[in-house]
Design a protein around this ligand. Structure first.
Ligand SMILES: Nc1nc2c(c(=O)[nH]1)N[C@H]1C(S)=C(S)[C@@H](COP(=O)(O)O)O[C@H]1N2
Ligand SMILES: [Mo]
Length: 360
């Protein structure tokens, strides 16, 4: 992988390649550079040519093959800041409540990215979408997803309504740098506020359809089931398609299990509430009896971006548990216990984030 320093990463899988940055590196900056952005790939990373074209069409949409050069030449360039987060971020915490499918992501399957691209809505308008808003936009990629030994092209759909909100991008850069192969070069979809799975990398085709995609990644994976569903003989149609993401927060420094000195300790991390603002972030060192309010590090409050926070606490020698939870501006917060949100696929791990530090 290009521009990638393995020492900064926790490798979850080598083939397909999946890795998250060390939390201490992740939280250094408000904007996550491409070199510190987690990589979540379901199959082998494709290497597409720079003049690769995305094929548009379907259901009366005008057929067109558009390359990166054509997007740049014919549409307004947009830059937006949006946090992308895998629905499996913090899965390791759910796994402490019970076994789940998937890799044990810690807190790093997330990044606050400045994306450059064009608005999908503008492109669809140019191709004759008019005032139609019913239906789905299916987005097919060049890679394949392996499900129970069978491979299927990676294909996601979002509602046409969502596709037309203006902030969904066909993006080609992160922090002004062209996308690397691992992050979707030459072009990927970005759906702000939605689980990362909808932000399709290596896009080859964008099609207007009457029905959502039947590809397993859309129709079975990334669906939320209640804790009493054990994952055997699942009726996939009953799962909730994970799109918008719930309020969440995590401690990045210190890292779970770290040895720290007794006395004052600066704790830092992130919180996000997507469409809403994070109203406050609280920390507790007595399991949630008393709470200290954290301070926000970043003044910006972009709706789909994270906010970093810092809280100075005091720790005494021994094993200390530190707990964080965020509250959004509608007073919505995170569940206390991982058990209550456990699900067999290990998605949306939002319980209070707990770490243990060994204070000496
Ligand atoms: N074509 C394709 N797009 C994809 C994926 C993939 O495996 N193939 N993974 C998805 C998932 S689950 C996530 S969380 C994000 C991760 O994007 P990143 O690897 O650039 O961080 O890409 C999404 N888009
Ligand atoms: Mo993901």
């Amino acid at each position: 992988m290009d521009d990638f320093n393995e020492a900064d990463f926790i490798i979850q899988q080598r083939e397909p390649f999946n890795a998250e940055p060390l939390p201490s590196r992740l939280i250094e900056r408000y904007l996550t550079p491409q070199a510190l952005l987690y990589v979540r790939s379901h199959g082998v990373i494709p290497h597409l040519a720079d003049d690769h074209a995305i094929r548009f069409g379907g259901n009366g949409l005008r057929d067109a093959d558009l390359t990166l050069a054509q997007f740049k030449a014919h549409f307004a360039e947009r830059r937006i800041v949006a946090t992308m987060q895998c629905a499996g971020n913090r899965r390791a915490d759910l796994q402490s409540a019970g076994k789940t499918n998937g890799d044990p992501w810690e807190v790093g399957a997330i990044g606050n990215v400045e994306w450059t691209g064009v608005s999908l809505a503008e492109v669809l308008s140019e191709l004759g979408i008019g005032d139609r808003r019913e239906g789905y936009i299916a987005c097919t990629a060049a890679d394949a997803d392996k499900v129970e030994g069978e491979t299927h092209p990676y294909e996601i759909s979002i509602s046409l309504q969502r596709a037309m909100t203006g902030d969904v991008l066909i993006a080609w850069a992160i922090g002004g740098e062209p996308l690397s192969p691992a992050h979707g070069a030459p072009m990927r979809l970005v759906v702000p506020g939605y689980a990362g799975v909808r932000s399709v990398k290596w896009v080859t085709r964008i099609e207007l359809r009457d029905e959502p995609s039947a590809a397993p990644i859309q129709a079975r994976d990334y669906k939320l089931f209640p804790p009493d569903e054990d994952g055997r003989d699942v009726d996939w149609s009953k799962g909730m398609v994970i799109e918008a993401m719930p309020v969440n927060s995590a401690i990045c420094v210190p890292r779970n299990g770290e040895i720290v000195g007794a006395g004052p300790l600066a704790v830092t991390g992130y919180a996000l509430a997507y469409g809403r603002r994070v109203a406050r972030v609280d920390l507790s060192i007595d399991g949630g009896q008393q709470w200290a309010q954290a301070q926000f590090i970043d003044q910006e409050t972009v709706p789909d971006a994270w906010q970093r926070w810092r809280c100075d606490i005091d720790v005494a020698p021994g094993q200390n548990e530190i707990v964080v939870r965020a509250v959004d501006d509608a007073g919505q917060s995170q569940p206390e216990r991982a058990e209550d949100v456990w699900n067999f696929a290990g998605y949306l791990s939002t319980a209070w984030h707990r770490i243990t530090v060994d204070v000496r």
